[in-house]
Ligand binder design. Structure first.
Ligand code: LHQ
Length: 257
């Protein structure tokens, strides 16, 4: 169904695998459109309880396909028309989103990883805010996410120097959730995402909503947003199940609603 990505759904875990390995999975118009559509599908489909991004071959994503960039291009329009809808679709997804960063994440590919809730880093992965090397600024929400993660100084360093960051260094900086050895990659990514697909999905979505609101609301307004979120969480079957299981001293079985 898709040309430049593979979309699969297994046991509640939807995976979007970027599939232009010869170019380290660089974005082209088709891939961006397909990712946007696939994330929309994942949002709509109640069977999806966790979304994973990963890349085919040795790269995660090398950002915009530079072979498609020409002098006549209005980069602002490219962002507005192509990247922005994709990034908004990902940001607005009220389900857990994991970047399983198998290799290099550069330019807007780094932005994609930053937009996810978790970054699982293969020991072979690396991170480059490559924009500066071609005279551009980090885009697709990059500085918004990066500054939230590592603060102004480190975000400036990473963006202005544009150095390649190894997986271990990324862990030290707080850029990634954990580093995984190559031989354990499939197993550990599988265990992590299976776990996410079994927890109370609605509560995960509401946590994400509140975290984003905390960035922009006054404390008073935030507390009201929190009360609204908790009201919704309190009405879920998963909340009932969690309390019931606690009382009965058994393991809860959450269904995601
Ligand atoms: C590529 C790419 C690539 C095409 C590797 N394109 N072929 C938004 C709005 C509007 C316009 C502009 O952009 C944006 C957003 C952006 O993302 S701008 C930033 C674009 N990305 C970059 O500048 C990164 C460019 N790539 C690199 O710096 C390196 O390739 C990295 C650091 C990612 C990996 O380095 P290596 O591991 O040494 O691999 P390589 O450079 O040898 O690449 C392997 C192949 O992939 C190679 O092709 P070849 O035919 O020689 O095997 C590259 O040409 C191709 N490739 N990135 N973005």
């Amino acid at each position: 169904m898709y040309e430049n990505i593979q979309y699969t759904l297994i046991d509640g875990v939807a995976t979007i695998k970027l599939a232009r390995p010869d170019k380290l999975n660089a974005f082209n118009r088709t891939m961006i459109r397909e990712i946007t559509a696939a994330v929309k599908e994942a949002a709509r489909d109640e069977k999806v309880r966790c979304l994973v991004f990963t890349g085919e071959g040795r790269g995660f994503c090398s950002g915009q396909d530079l072979a498609d960039v020409d002098k006549k291009m209005d980069h602002g329009e490219v962002l507005r028309e192509q990247y922005r809808p994709m990034m908004k679709q990902i940001m607005n997804l009220e389900k857990p989103v994991v970047a399983a960063v198998n290799g290099v994440a550069a330019g807007a590919g780094f932005s994609l990883a930053l937009a996810c809730d978790f970054r699982l880093a293969s020991e072979k992965s690396s991170y480059v805010n490559a924009f500066i090397h071609i005279g551009l600024i980090p885009d697709s929400g990059n500085l918004y996410f990066l500054q939230n993660l590592v603060g102004y100084s480190k975000a400036a360093e990473i963006s202005i120097l544009g150095e390649k960051i190894s997986a271990d260094r990324a862990l030290q900086l707080g850029l990634v959730t954990k580093v995984i050895q190559s031989e354990l990659w499939d197993k550990e990514v599988g265990e992590f995402t299976e776990y996410l697909a079994k927890i109370p999905t609605k509560a995960v979505g509401l946590i994400k909503r509140n975290l984003k609101q905390a960035n922009s609301l006054s404390f008073e307004k935030y507390l009201e947003a929190e009360a609204q979120g908790q009201r919704i969480a309190g009405l879920t079957k998963d909340h009932q199940e969690g309390v019931q299981a606690f009382i009965e001293k058994r393991k809860p079985v959450f269904i995601g609603s």
